[in-house]
Write a protein that binds this ligand. Structure first.
Ligand code: ATP
Ligand code: MG
Length: 571
């Protein structure tokens, strides 16, 4: 365990200073707090002050130690001691450009961090009780209207959970003692009401261009095939409605005045970052196996730990996941993969995930030797998730990119292995998985293409960059760069070549370099006028060849140069 003394530097408005990892600027998405390792013979305070000076050229005065926590990054266990500190000397301004900036906790979501750091920053912001979003006026008004008509009504579920966590909920769901017909009657004269989910007791109200789902208190009917039932029974009390919900943190109700109804201890679990089933976990997962994946998804998105009994039950009931439809699995998996703690959850849940993706099984116990060190393939896939941005296709590719390795191992001297062709085999396995999960075709093709190319180390230089852009287009090449970086970061490899490639890529894209026919400084019309081609296949062959010559750097992308070049084509 390494002891890190870190400083949360605050300005007068209580904003937090965040710093980009300086060295080499190698990974755009790696951030860290000012601070560093406590050396022998040093107090944490001394280490913090020293590091701020060394790292940021700032003098700081520290408050008392404000928080401490243990944190597992993919590669090491750290014990942090945090101090609140104010800047007392040194020039902040010079460092502000790109490397460090002040942000209000509410603005954290606008920044791209290393996922592990987001979790840390958010937790700290939350512990400091930074302003909680309050219920939007419209949600409060709808509750008021139901109350005025003699019914109970509450905000419930994800919106209460997120607002207690200091996040802005994406939508506000309400629950009420009024039956669907009564809800419609209550709002019908004022707002547009849709009965989208009537058989589940849900009515959608369109108010102020927002939609609000209002669901009658209900219990769920009998479960069939371990999936949510088609029909429901309405109940009279809020408590009964909360009891049917999956996890304690999702079973809290809130009134417009901030009143909280929390019969299952959800707030306590929110505070300690714990996921726990409401009621008997085995029963709850047996009723609806999708909850197993929701559990993993919430653990990843919120970076919460899973309470022991709940985890055991999820594990014991994992085979019931075979009853869940591909689409629902894909939806949860994508959210799980894009969560900030995906690297932890994936590492922990391989055996559960084999029940929805049996193709991953050979990877779970497969070890490869890398630079003399044994490395587990699944663990490595999980680790690299921590270093890749939360773009769904990139995360899916990171997860599945090495599945083909167990099929392609060849041992070379010193016991190290090579895996020639594993990109292609992995892409084919990914294709099978993603087809079964009914991921949309475009995303599936994108993921498989990224996997196919992930193992290539790109050559540097303008020509190479243009070739890559011509082959895959800018979006895919940027995604590949993310994947290459993640691999390098997970190995702590110095990747100067990749840095150079990325730099040239940026330049090429900024100066609108030419890597597609429609970027040529010449059109078919120009060739026609110059008498160099006729409409038809020869024209498009000529344009393709001109592009090839530009990409290879043998001709400049100007009209004159291209016309001259086209004359050579005539032979
Ligand atoms: P998000 O909207 O961020 O996905 P959420 O918690 O709001 O999170 P929803 O799927 O919108 O998730 O569901 C709303 C609420 O309904 C949940 O908070 C939970 O109380 C309940 N719920 C949803 N799905 C289930 C389920 N499969 N079993 C039990 N309760 C569920
Ligand atoms: Mg929701």
């Amino acid at each position: 365990m390494t002891h890190i003394a870190a400083v949360i530097l605050t300005d007068e408005e209580g904003k937090i200073l965040i710093c980009k990892r300086g060295e080499g600027g190698s990974c755009a998405f790696l951030w860290e707090f000012p601070g560093g390792k406590v050396e022998e013979g040093e107090t944490p305070e001394q280490a913090a002050v020293r590091e701020c000076r060394e790292e940021l050229a700032l003098d700081v005065t520290l408050g008392p130690a404000y928080a401490s926590l243990d944190y597992s990054y993919p590669d090491q266990d750290l014990h942090f001691t945090f101090f609140c500190g104010r800047v007392t000397g040194g020039e902040m301004e010079v460092r502000v450009h790109e490397e460090a900036c002040w942000v209000a906790p509410g603005e954290l979501k606008d920044y791209t961090f290393c996922p592990a750091d987001v979790a840390l920053v958010e937790r700290l912001a939350w512990e400091r009780q930074i302003e909680l979003p309050i219920m939007p006026e419209m949600a409060a008004k709808l509750i008021g209207m139901l109350n005025a008509a003699g019914y109970e009504a509450w905000a419930v579920g994800g919106c209460v959970r997120d607002s207690l966590l200091g996040k802005v909920p994406k939508d506000w769901d309400l629950c009420t003692s009024a039956k669907p017909e009564q809800v419609k009657e209550c709002f019908g004269g004022t707002y547009k009401v849709l009965d989208t989910g009537l058989q589940h007791g849900t009515v959608t109200v369109l108010a102020d261009r927002d939609t609000y789902e209002i669901t009658t208190y209900r219990a769920e009917g009998d479960y069939e095939d371990h999936r949510r039932p088609e029909d429901v029974t309405f109940v009279d009390s809020l408590e009964e409605d909360l009891a049917r919900r999956d996890f304690t943190i999702n079973a809290i109700a809130m009134g417009p005045d901030g009143t909280i109804i929390d019969p299952f201890g959800g707030q306590g679990d929110l505070k300690s970052g714990v996921l726990r089933c409401v009621g008997d976990p085995e029963e709850r997962f047996a009723e609806d196996a999708l909850r197993i994946l929701r559990l993993l998804r919430f653990a990843s998105v919120l970076d919460f730990t899973i309470e022991e009994e709940t985890w055991q039950a999820a594990y014991n009931k994992r085979k019931l996941l075979r009853w869940v439809s591909g689409e629902r699995i894909a939806r949860e998996m994508t959210r799980l993969l894009c969560g900030k703690a995906a690297y932890k959850v994936i590492a922990q849940s391989g055996e559960i995930l084999t029940c929805v993706m049996p193709e991953i099984e050979p990877a779970l116990n497969f070890t490869q030797k890398r630079g003399g060190e044994e490395q587990n393939l699944w663990q490595h896939a999980a680790d690299t998730l921590a270093y890749s941005p939360d773009i769904p296709e990139v995360r899916w590719a990171m997860l599945l990119r090495d599945l083909g390795k167990p099929y392609c191992r060849e041992t070379i001297k010193a016991g190290d292995s090579v895996f020639e062709g594993h990109g292609e085999v992995s892409a084919q396995l990914a294709e099978v998985i993603l087809r079964r999960l009914k991921l949309d075709r475009k995303s599936r093709d994108t993921v498989c293409q990224l996997i196919r190319f992930h193992g290539i180390r790109p050559a540097t230089g303008d020509v190479s960059v243009r070739r890559w852009l011509q082959l895959l287009g800018p979006k895919q090449v940027s995604s590949l760069v993310h994947i290459w970086w993640a691999d390098a970061a997970a190995h702590h490899a110095k990747a100067e070549k990749l840095q150079e490639f990325e730099h040239t890529l940026k330049e090429t894209l900024e100066k609108a370099g030419c890597y597609a026919v429609d970027q040529l400084a010449i059109t078919g019309g120009n060739l026609l006028t110059a008498g160099l081609a006729k409409p038809g296949p020869s024209m498009s062959n000529l344009l393709d060849w001109l592009l090839h010559e530009v990409v290879e750097g043998r001709v400049e992308n100007t009209k004159e140069a291209l016309l001259d070049k086209a004359r050579e084509w005539q032979g």
